[in-house]
Design a protein around this ligand. Structure first.
Ligand SMILES: Nc1ncnc2c1ncn2[C@@H]1O[C@H](COP(=O)(O)OP(=O)(O)O)[C@@H](O)[C@H]1O
Ligand SMILES: [Mg+2]
Length: 359
């Protein structure tokens, strides 16, 4: 199937790039993601222990390990799905994940501007400066406006707002939507497509985070909204072609063969224009031919678009051909890290996969 994939350059040019990495300015080879001392406990069980992990921009790195090693747990911490028990993750130069710190203080920040307005108003009233009904109403309006503005900020969380909170020592760890905004796309170990929707609708949903039209545009069907819709559909078609599903755009996701569903998940993840793509066992349950197609697609994403990929796999053989570096996890601990060749020869890795010979 990979041979049948049409090169994007050969297709009609699009106004919106199929895969656009321009948001991130990290130089190729420099770390785009740095995880330091990540630990995740579930009650008494330490699923990931003191994990240091770096992903250089433009590389394909793999995290492998036997079932239950803690790969998905680490992945979910990276994606902001579950909080970390300890350690930090920086992505594209920003602190994204860390244990929550002083989050209670944030609600005080929301009320601070309106409280200040109220205090100033009270002072002016007592001093006899602002006693007329007009002045009081004006102050009340400013106070309410300040409160609404702060609540909107709290919902939209622009980067400067998060940085200001950090300066106050308030750290709210990133949620999955924050990670998507920052440029992390993912697939799931168990396929999670919208089964009743068509292939192209699934990809369009993945694009949602990047669309700019607002509810008013949608309601009035403004030219901007219509233009964006046309472009989004075109790009969704390009993505479907890129992963090798050309001609299956209008098939209901549930009816696609298993391997195609996995490829569609990749297309949906790419739709959000991620800088880093996280793939949790993308070849799980695939036959050897489907596995080859998936691996060919992953190397092509890096080769043609410079995509950075973190691949999680329990089957060591699958990742060896395409990874620059491999990290091996066993019982939540990093037991080895290196090039595929180094990993293949590492006695601890062989032991983790084949078991300790009986003494
Ligand atoms: N939500 C959870 N609650 C309790 N234990 C969990 C949870 N998620 C994972 N675990 C445990 O953490 C360990 C690592 O699991 P996981 O990260 O899924 O491993 P892998 O993906 O490497 O197969 C396992 O022992 C698993 O049972
Ligand atoms: Mg797993």
């Amino acid at each position: 199937m990979s041979a049948a994939v049409t090169a994007p350059a050969a297709d009609a040019p699009t106004r919106t790039a199929i895969v656009d990495l321009s948001r991130d300015t990290t130089p190729v080879g420099e770390p785009i993601l740095v995880a330091t001392h990540i630990t995740r406990r579930f009650g008494g069980l330490v699923a990931v222990h003191d994990m240091d992990f770096t992903i250089p921009k433009g590389s394909i790195v793999s995290l492998i390990g036997p079932n239950g090693a803690g790969k998905t747990t680490f992945f979910n911490v990276l994606a902001g799905v579950i909080p970390t028990t300890g350690g930090t993750i920086d992505f594209a130069g920003r602190r994204m994940i860390a244990p929550q710190h002083r989050t209670w203080l944030e609600s005080f920040v929301w009320f601070l501007p309106s409280a200040l307005v109220a205090a100033v108003g009270a002072l002016l009233f007592v001093a006899g400066i602002a006693t007329s009904p007009v002045a009081i109403s004006l102050l009340a309006l400013v106070g309410i406006g300040a409160l609404i503005a702060m609540l909107l900020l709290a919902i939209m969380r622009p980067v400067w707002y998060q940085k200001a909170l950090l300066r106050l020592g308030i750290l709210r760890s990133a949620r999955p939507n924050d990670m998507v905004d920052a440029g992390i796309g993912r697939t799931f170990q168990n396929i999670r497509l919208f089964g009743n929707m068509t292939a192209i609708e699934n990809v369009l949903i993945g694009m949602h985070a990047r669309l700019k039209a607002n509810p008013a545009d949608a309601f009035l069907s403004t030219p901007r909204k219509r233009r964006e819709e046309v472009e989004a559909t075109k790009r969704a078609q390009d993505l479907i072609r890129l992963v090798g599903l050309k001609g299956k755009e209008n098939e209901v996701a549930r009816n696609l063969p298993y391997g195609d569903q996995r490829l569609l998940e990749v297309a949906r993840a790419l739709a959000s224009n991620p800088v880093l793509l996280l793939l949790d066992e993308p070849a799980a349950g695939m036959n050897p031919r489907e596995t080859n197609d998936m691996m060919a697609l992953i190397s092509r994403l890096r080769r043609e678009f410079g995509m950075t990929v973190l691949l999680i796999e329990h089957d060591m053989k699958v990742v060896m051909g395409i990874s620059d570096r491999v990290t091996v996890l066993d019982h939540g601990e990093k037991i080895a890290e290196g090039t595929p060749d180094e990993i293949r020869r590492d006695p601890r890795v062989i032991e983790a996969y084949l078991g300790t010979p009986a003494a």
